[in-house]
Design a protein around this ligand. Structure first.
Ligand code: KG4
Ligand code: ZN
Length: 367
């Protein structure tokens, strides 16, 4: 039995988790900071890193307590060290190094984006005995080759996977990530913060065919994504075409001129277009892998937008249509969390892939 403590502080969630054997989650603690960023309608990096500093010790304490383990019981300490906001990452990386040094445990550095693709493999421990599991709900390991899709606030990326850690990037967004498009559309539609989940909920009350919004496909064979055109189309649909440019631009109307049902229709039309674009690229990527004699045996998604109601349904339908096993994370592991960090760290642990105490926090890029 291997017990790993994972820490995650790449954006605005301070998270800790203890995971057994890479899969069974004994605790999953997330301290969110939504109310601190709400008035800015987006994450303010300096505020986020200060809040991480306040939260990290209580989160570690609570994570160990809920798992019923002590530092001594752990086999390793893992941390998401790339990519993310640098000030935020530094808090988690420093805490993990300190704990690893103080408790004399190996340190594991985990890539946050790759960890999102591990989330679908996680399962909570069942019942009062943290070592018991429910075989009915415990997912089986991923089968390879797999097609991986990360849809988050910072990434929209397709990967060909031959193992949990052997990934080749097939395509990614050339402008906004799909979660970013959700967040920006949510600001335009004034649905509140955090935007993605609120927009998802509102979209379920609207008519998805009310507006024909663009699904950007880029080149004929492209596996890249683009969402900035969709965001602009939402702006023009809501406010009309502007006269003038930049700060001097004057729009025909404001969001307050739309009825509630009109706003819901724009939300639903946006959601239909965004999810359609993702599904079309997934299909293309399956065809591409098949053309390389590497047809995927499973399709795995992860990242905050994998919590989206329509995307979950459409990905499941796609799997049925193409006869590919689909793996979608439980809601608790879609958004940023540390269970995915501790879970993927187990793969590193098994190959003695440990980090030194000079493990850097790295803001951009993913490996
Ligand atoms: O993975 P995540 O927690 O953080 C990053 O690594 O970026 O993803 C956050 C993103 C945000 O853009 C948020 O709006 C989006 O995921 N999101 C959603 C939903 N829940 C979260 N987008 C659409 N529908 C949702 N239900
Ligand atoms: Zn994330």
């Amino acid at each position: 039995m291997t017990l790993i403590l994972g820490l995650e502080t790449s954006c605005d969630e301070t998270a800790g988790s203890v995971v057994r054997d890479g899969q069974i989650v004994l605790s999953n603690v997330v301290a969110a900071q939504h109310e601190l960023h709400e008035r800015y309608r987006g994450v303010v990096p300096e505020i986020a890193s200060r809040a991480h500093l306040q939260n990290i010790n209580p989160v570690v304490h609570e994570t160990l307590k809920q798992a019923g383990v002590t530092l001594d019981d752990l086999d390793a300490i893992a941390v998401g060290h790339r990519p993310g906001l640098i000030g935020s990452l530094l808090v988690g990386v420093s805490a993990a190094k300190t704990l690893a040094w103080a408790a004399n445990k190996p340190l594991v550095g985990v890539d946050h984006v790759r960890a999102h693709l591990h989330a679908a493999t996680l399962s909570p421990a069942m019942g009062p005995d943290p070592l018991s599991i429910d075989p009915q709900t415990t997912p089986s390991p991923l089968t390879f080759p797999a097609l991986g899709l990360v849809v988050s606030g910072g990434h929209t990326s397709l990967y060909q996977m031959t193992s949990p850690t052997d990934l080749t990037l097939l395509g990614s967004t050339i402008d906004d990530a799909v979660g970013e498009a959700y967040d920006k559309a949510a600001v335009i539609l004034n649905v509140g913060y955090p935007g993605g989940p609120k927009l998802d909920k509102l979209a379920q009350q609207g008519n998805p065919t009310a507006h024909d919004l663009p699904r950007s496909m880029l080149g004929k064979d492209s596996l890249d994504f683009s969402f900035s055109g969709l965001k602009t189309a939402v702006l023009y649909t809501v406010r009309g075409h502007p006269k003038g440019r930049g700060a001097a631009a004057k729009f025909e109307r404001s969001i307050d001129d739309l009825t509630e049902s009109q706003v819901a229709d724009v939300a639903a039309s946006f959601q239909a277009a965004a999810v359609d674009a993702v599904i079309k690229k997934l299909k293309r990527a399956v065809q591409y892998m098949a053309s390389q004699d590497n047809a995927p045996r499973s399709l795995v998604i992860g990242g905050g937008v994998s919590a989206n109601s329509l995307l979950r349904t459409r990905v499941a339908e796609l799997g049925e249509q193409l006869q590919i096993t689909v793996r979608i994370p439980a809601f608790a592991y879609c958004l940023d969390n540390a269970a995915m960090i501790a879970g993927l760290a187990h793969t590193h642990y098994l190959t003695d892939d440990f980090a030194d105490l000079d493990l850097p926090a790295i803001a951009s890029g993913s490996v």
